[in-house]
Structures are given as C-alpha cells and as structure tokens.
Design a protein around this ligand. Structure first.
Ligand code: ATP
Length: 345
C-alpha cells in the first residue's frame, strides 16, 4: 500500500491511554489534517509517525516498509513543528541549505537548491537576510522550505501556523496547500483549527479522546458528520434531540417535525441541521416553531436566534428577506430533509 499506513496504534503513558487503536491510511500525495480539541492525541500520533515516540503497540508503514522502530533521521521526513527551531544566527539561505550542508553537498548544489526553494516560497532575494530580521510569516515560510530542502517522503507539520495572526494564517493556509499540490508530497498537518483543516486538506481526520471519530473529505465531514461530536466540532450547527411518538411521528421538543424521517430501528436520535440550511417561515403544523430571541446583523450575514423550550436554535441568512422578522415573533424553522442528518444518540 503506497503512502502511510497506521495499524492499530496504541500509545500509553503509564496508565493513561493517549491514542487508542488508531487505523489510518494516508495515500501517497494526499494532504491530511488531523483535527481535534486539545489533548485528543493528535500530537502524540504525529510524534509516533515522526519516530519521536514509539507506539505501545501497533505498526507504522511507509510505502509498505515497516518504520515503527526506524530512527527519525532515516525516515526521510520534512518536519515543521510549533517551535520552528530556525537557527537564529544563520541567514535565510544558510538555514535552508543546512540539511544539504550536513550531508556534505557542494556549495554550488546548496546555492541552486536555496534559490529554487526561495523562489517557491516567494522570498527571492532573501538568502542573505538574517532570520532575526524576518516577519513571522516569512520565518514560517523559511521553516517550511528548510523541511523541503531534501525532498521528503512525508511532510509533517504540527500547528505550523498557530503563532501567526489570523489574516496571515489564512493566507499561509492557501500557500501551504498550493505548495503541497505543486510538489505532490504526502503531507500531514496537526491542527485544532477546523477552518484551517477545511481549507487545506484532501482528507480530514477528526480525533477525540485518543480515537478517530471520522476520516473523510472536508465537505463530507461538514455535510455528513459521523456523530454529534464531529457535527458540533466542525462549524456552527444545531443539534436537536429527536424521539418518536406512539404513531411513529418524529418529535423535537414535543413538536412534530415532518421534514425528518428516522430509521425504523431508531427510537431516539440527534438531528444536525446547519444554520445556513434553515429557512424561517410562518409557523404551521408539522414545522418546528419557536420565538425569535435575538437578531445579529453581521453585514454579509444575519444570524437569527430562536428560542424553543429554553434551547436556542440559530439560523443564518445571507439574504435580506429576513429583515421583517422581529425579536419576540414566532417563526417556523424549515429545512429540507437532504440538508439535515439524523445521528445516533
Ligand atoms: P494539543 O492540541 O493541546 O497539543 P493534542 O491533541 O496534540 O493536544 P497530545 O499532546 O497528543 O494532545 O496529548 C494527548 C494526551 O496525552 C494528553 O492528555 C496529554 O496530557 C497526554 N500526554 C502527552 N504526552 C505525554 C507524556 N509524555 N506523558 C504523559 N502524558 C502525556
């Protein structure tokens, strides 16, 4: 199997299981983001892939070769971790050339590669600049270039953009993705930022409590979350408890919701409906209804908060058709069945 394969990986620290039975295949040339809340085990997993930690049990293979116990320096990795570890006393060019220099490459080869990489990261002409005189984003790009000096088999990044301000981070996400697409390097990025994962990844791996909860392309993670944890973690969502009445009708908050069907074998469930999929209509039988409690006009979008039995539902609209809706008014919360998911409780 080409690419990276994790088989049944477990990592325990004393009695604590930080990673629990993880199986994952990262096909060659793809971009994977490991996403999850703080402490979910994503860094621990990346460290095992990098050879910085040994799994307690399980196997790691790269292009069919077992690398579980192979030392880091033999894995042909490019790594960018949170602390960039650029050499502050060296210039940009010397930093980028470093991996070649320690392999004994000649001056000419080093210069040629540095020029190529500076071109690639849009820092042409920066070779002699001291690293200390770079902006945060420029430093980040140098760290990325240095990790790519010797074309790696696997490119591993742990929260590589977290130190940057929001605007720069978003720009760098696009740059990093475009770079990876040009080079076709198998890349794994650890992040807790779902927007970052959605922007860059071919495949998002959502983790929680040391386990993988879902592996899917970003849009599928958003549209078809595997469970309520994933639904809640990715983007804004409304999660409503569902049950059936004696006539097998689906109820939420005791109200009949005709737009939802539940599998026969499910007595209870959770409905996931995204705010942008809700249309506010006049209240009527069979449509969930509630009272508007707050309206937030953000310019490009309007968020309407609707109270139902003490719970809040949020609807987002990009249109201006909702301007006639007022706080205190009763509204119907309509959505198409295709735009909602019923999850097991
Ligand atoms: P963050 O986003 O905060 O970095 P993470 O998802 O990367 O979180 P990990 O760093 O992988 O989380 O840690 C997973 C769990 O394992 C945490 O509960 C952490 O406290 C624990 N852990 C990590 N390294 C060790 C260690 N060396 N010894 C003991 N426990 C550890």
């Amino acid at each position: 199997m080409s690419g990276l394969a994790l088989q049944n990986i477990v990592k325990e620290f004393g009695n604590f299981r930080a990673v629990n039975n993880v199986d994952l295949h990262v096909p060659h040339g793809t971009f994977v983001c490991m996403l999850g809340p703080s402490g979910c085990g994503k860094t621990t997993l990346l460290r095992m892939i990098a050879g910085l930690d040994l799994p307690t049990t399980g196997k790691i293979a790269l292009d069919d070769q077992d690398i579980t116990r192979m030392p880091t320096h033999k894995r042909e990795l490019g790594m960018v971790f949170q602390s960039l570890a650029l050499f502050p006393h060296l210039s940009v060019g010397e930093n980028i050339a470093y991996p070649l220099r320690i392999r004994g490459a000649g001056k000419q080869e080093q210069k040629q590669r540095v020029d190529e990489l500076l071109d690639m990261i849009h820092l042409k002409g920066f070779a002699d600049r001291p690293v200390a005189k770079l902006s945060g984003g420029q430093r980040q790009r140098v760290a990325i270039a240095r990790a790519l000096t010797i074309a790696p088999k696997l490119f591993l990044l742990d929260e590589p953009l977290s130190a940057l301000d929001a605007k720069l981070r978003e720009a760098m996400q696009v740059e990093l993705r475009q770079l990876q697409q040009r080079l076709g390097i198998t890349t794994i990025v650890v992040t807790h930022d779902q927007r970052e994962a959605m922007t860059m990844a071919d495949t998002v791996v959502v983790m929680n409590g040391g386990e993988i909860r879902q592996v899917a392309p970003p849009i599928e993670i958003y549209r078809r979350p595997a469970d309520s944890f994933v639904a809640d973690f990715i983007g804004q969502t409304n999660l409503l408890e569902l049950e059936k009445d004696a006539a097998q009708r689906v109820l939420a908050f005791g109200q009949v919701v005709e737009a939802v069907t539940m599998p026969d074998d499910l007595a209870k469930g959770i409905l996931c409906v995204r705010p942008e999929d809700i249309e506010l209509i006049a209240p009527r039988e069979g449509v969930l209804s509630g009272q508007v409690s707050f309206i937030r006009d953000l310019g490009a979008t309007t968020e309407t908060f609707i109270d139902i039995a003490g719970r809040q539902i949020v609807a987002v609209s990009t249109q201006r058709e909702n301007t006639q809706i007022k706080v205190g008014q009763m509204v119907g919360i309509a959505f198409a069945q295709d735009n909602s998911v019923v999850l097991r409780k």
